[in-house]
Design a protein around this ligand. Structure first.
Ligand SMILES: [Zn+2]
Ligand SMILES: [Zn+2]
Length: 280
């Protein structure tokens, strides 16, 4: 297959859509910033882009594929082809809503249980929320959430492209809801998630982020009474507890090196003695 042919594969098109969306969000952040003092090369940039987005995703994709293949081999479920007759768009809508409902409740539980908070605090440790911030999630959290997300798609016999399209939706929406863009979505704020809701989820003044748990649809927060939209903007982002983060005052290359080491410290930090946990 030559290079031009390769660019036409669904995998290449999906990757291009994600890169183009990142470019669009970065541009919109420049022209319509939510927090005016935000820097593109902010604290944890290398941590999030290289260690979480590239390295961790690559490694976990193997682990999650292996796990789901094992589930299928032992259960033989995908042979039943339970959703195979549905149109691809219906499969995509079904699995997106199903997983979004799960993630709302699991996310809410992570904020209420001190044990599950351990898996989630990496995500809340970002002190500058932007298009890239959503990528910082502990490997255990991704392992659980993506297995729950992709196992039903495989086991119920969905079309192979459904998993790929779902991955694109996750990546684009993940960048959007964290983006440092001053979006005003009007009545849509009760239906679709965006920076208006999710940046407040990361606000430092909300202890353990106890509001706006949705990731794609805001209907769950609207329905279950957890949607909160303060008029003002948050004073800052992150958690008040100590966490392995690079030193914002160090030169940027020194921060990149610290980010590299901090990735491994953050993975291990989940195992520290329980008494040091922030109260969830
Ligand atoms: Zn987030
Ligand atoms: Zn959260």
């Amino acid at each position: 297959m030559d290079f031009l042919e390769m660019l036409k594969t669904p995998e290449a098109i999906s990757t291009l859509i994600i890169i183009a969306s990142a470019g669009m969000f970065i541009t919109l952040e420049r022209f319509f910033p939510y927090s005016k003092d935000h820097k593109f090369l902010r604290n944890g940039f290398f941590n999030d882009l290289v260690m979480y987005t590239l390295f961790q995703s690559y490694v976990l994709a193997f682990a999650i594929n292996f796990l789901i293949k094992w589930m299928d081999d032992t259960s033989g479920l995908s042979r039943l082809q339970l959703v195979s007759d549905w149109p691809v768009w219906a499969q995509l809508v079904f699995f997106t809503i199903l997983h979004d409902f799960y993630i709302y409740w699991f996310h809410r539980w992570q904020h209420r249980s001190k044990y599950l908070w351990r898996m989630h605090e990496a995500h809340h440790s970002v002190t500058a929320v932007d298009w890239l911030a959503g990528s910082r999630s502990h490997s255990f959290e991704i392992l659980v959430n993506q297995t729950v997300e992709f196992a039903p798609i495989v086991l119920l016999g969905a079309a192979p492209e459904v998993a790929l399209y779902k991955g694109v939706i996750d990546a684009v929406l993940g960048m959007y809801i964290h983006a440092n863009i001053d979006v005003k979505s009007g009545p849509l704020v009760y239906i679709i998630n965006g920076p208006e809701q999710h940046r407040w989820h990361h606000a430092i003044e909300i202890k353990s982020g106890g509001i706006n748990y949705g990731t794609k649809l805001a209907i769950w927060d609207t329905m279950f009474g957890t949607l909160v939209l303060p008029k003002e903007k948050p004073k800052g982002y992150g958690i008040t507890d100590p966490y392995p983060l690079s030193d914002s005052n160090a030169p940027i290359l020194a921060q990149f090196w610290q980010d590299f080491l901090n990735y491994f410290k953050q993975q291990a930090y989940i195992f520290r003695p329980m008494k040091q946990t922030q109260e969830a």
